[in-house]
Ligand binder design. Structure first.
Ligand SMILES: Nc1nc2c(ncn2[C@@H]2O[C@H](COP(=O)(O)OP(=O)(O)OP(=O)(O)O)[C@@H](O)[C@H]2O)c(=O)[nH]1
Ligand SMILES: [Mg+2]
Length: 210
């Protein structure tokens, strides 16, 4: 879908993370404001409209159960997903250290793939879910912040089970990032255009003086 000025109005979001971290819970909370407890493992694609900074935004959200995420970088399925995406939500559980480690690996894979595609800065939001289970916490908030800082991503700790607002912030944050990245892609294209026309001027001068 494109807007009046040719700008795309929708954005594709992929939600990734290991088994049982609450990816589906997070998405369903965002879409319905509710927490229903059990979500099954059906791969789903949702479309949802949000208003961010007074502007409407259509989000296409891909929920892939971990069992169906083949994240080896050679896999065709994975490549398709990265190419389709305008932004990522990477979810771990604050009570699951392995799920946190997996997020670091995902960031590396996404960045490598998007570099190949020539994307400057990929919009990524890191989410530490299940913050209500503080007594079972094995990943500190600070660890999430440090990872986000070092990878230039946004970071939120949330509880899909207990809170709607923080989940809303995750998706709003991602929309901000996606809009920023579109502006910078445009700017880059603009700069390339200027460089091209300038070098055309210089080339002409050189031939003129011959
Ligand atoms: N206490 C608590 N439990 C949660 C939270 N979010 C999800 N859960 C529970 O964690 C379990 C897994 O949630 P899902 O949303 O199915 O996890 P998933 O990441 O989609 O898992 P797969 O689809 O199997 O990859 C469910 O039993 C949820 O009820 C949370 O914020 N707090
Ligand atoms: Mg799921």
């Amino acid at each position: 879908m494109t807007g009046l000025n040719g700008q795309r109005m929708d954005a594709n979001v992929v939600v990734l993370g290991t088994d049982n971290v609450g990816k589906s819970a997070l998405i369903v909370r965002f879409l319905t404001r509710r927490f229903i407890g059990e979500y099954g493992d059906i791969e789903s694609l949702y479309t949802h409209n949000v208003v961010v900074d007074g502007r409407e935004q259509t989000l296409n959200i891909w929920d892939a159960p971990y069992s169906q995420q083949d994240l080896s970088s050679e896999s065709l399925m994975y490549e398709k997903r990265v190419q389709w995406a305008d932004g990522f939500v990477l979810v771990y559980s604050v009570c699951d250290r392995a799920s946190f480690n997996a997020v670091s690996r995902l960031i590396q894979i996404i960045k490598t793939n998007k570099d190949i595609l020539g994307v400057e800065k990929m919009p990524i939001v890191i989410v530490g879910n299940k913050r209500d289970l503080d007594h079972r916490r094995t990943v500190l908030s600070e660890e999430g912040s440090i990872l986000a800082l070092s990878a230039d991503c946004q970071f939120y700790e949330v509880s899909a089970a207990e809170n709607y607002h923080s989940v809303l912030m995750v998706f709003h944050g991602l929309v901000h990032r996606i809009r920023e990245s579109r502006v910078s892609v445009k700017k880059l294209a603009g700069i390339k255009g200027i460089v091209k026309s300038m070098s055309a001027v210089f080339t002409r001068r050189r031939t003129d003086s011959l």
